[in-house]
Design a protein around this ligand. Structure first.
Ligand SMILES: [Ca+2]
Ligand SMILES: [Ca+2]
Length: 283
């Protein structure tokens, strides 16, 4: 009986060590916008415009107003490399008039530092093009710049009306990849684009929207924001994600200890098949 308990305890310790390693430096956040109509999700702030839960979704009223809202929970300003996704939906038409065509959009805001510094990826019909695109914008105090876009494989503007699409962004250093799929056809990537930009390396996630007043009560919705990523909080996180060059003992300093380690193994060779080299796997 004692042996059984001992084995169980050993297994638990090993399991805790293993899962502890997996949990270190990672984070996860989801927001499904469930709640009373007119309420705001917990720990969200409005950058500009408004934020309102309606029928357990985010809803942007058609008032020609720009909206930016984002999660502001503890530590979210330090989110760096992460994958985030958001479902978006609109009832407005991109064929009704030019104003709607060129402005109307909703998408996911990411690496949001404040209401003047962030990126967003959204479905939009650009002024000089005639079909829907997935666009990546960089917002600075001077305004917003289109830094990348991809043409949809489904060019009809009516395709984007009254249907849910999921926009996903993957952030890895200065690489930003965005893609989108339609609900029910998630295996079919409609468009994907990757850009390189060094402006913002960290920041939280949220929603950017302009719902143009179409005179018919149109609106934009969004739902199910999910964020999964890694944080750099200690040396273990650095070693796991970046493998610093020359730091042989993984203490996040390159110093004489690393030099001593290098000296101890200087000119060692473990080349298989070479008689002059050692074969530690045979010892
Ligand atoms: Ca919901
Ligand atoms: Ca070191």
């Amino acid at each position: 009986m004692k042996k059984v308990i001992l084995r169980f305890n050993l297994c638990m310790i090993i399991l805790m060590l293993l899962t502890g390693c997996l949990w270190a430096g990672t984070f996860s956040y989801t927001q499904d916008f469930s709640g009373s109509n007119g309420a705001q999700p917990v720990n969200w702030v409005v950058g500009y415009g408004s934020l309102s839960i309606q029928n357990n979704t985010y809803k942007a009223p058609s008032t020609d107003t720009e909206h930016l809202s984002y999660y502001n929970g503890a530590g979210s300003n330090l989110w760096s490399n992460y994958t985030a996704s958001l479902w978006v939906y609109k009832t407005t038409s991109w064929t009704t008039n030019a104003k709607i065509d060129f402005l109307d959009t909703t998408g996911i805001a990411f690496r949001v530092q404040n209401s003047n510094n962030y990126y967003f990826a959204a479905l939009r019909k650009l002024a000089h093009m005639y079909d829907g695109r997935l666009c990546i914008y960089k917002v600075t105090p001077e305004g917003s710049d289109l830094i990348g876009s991809v043409k949809s494989r489904y060019p009809l503007n009516s395709y984007y009306q009254d249907a849910w699409f999921k926009i996903t962004v993957e952030l890895n250093g200065n690489q930003i990849t965005a893609r989108f799929v339609e609900q029910g056809y998630e295996w079919d990537i409609i468009g994907e684009v990757t850009v390189t930009d060094d402006s913002y390396s960290n920041g939280t996630a949220g929603i950017y929207s302009i719902s143009v007043n179409d005179g018919a009560g149109g609106y934009h919705s969004a739902d199910d924001l999910t964020v999964n990523g890694t944080t750099i909080e200690n040396c273990d996180d650095v070693v796991a994600q970046y493998s610093p060059a020359g730091d042989f003992n993984n203490d996040c300093r390159v110093d004489f200890k690393d030099a001593a380690s290098l000296a101890n193994s200087w000119l060692n060779c473990i080349l298989p098949g070479n008689q002059e080299c050692s074969t530690p796997w045979n010892n």
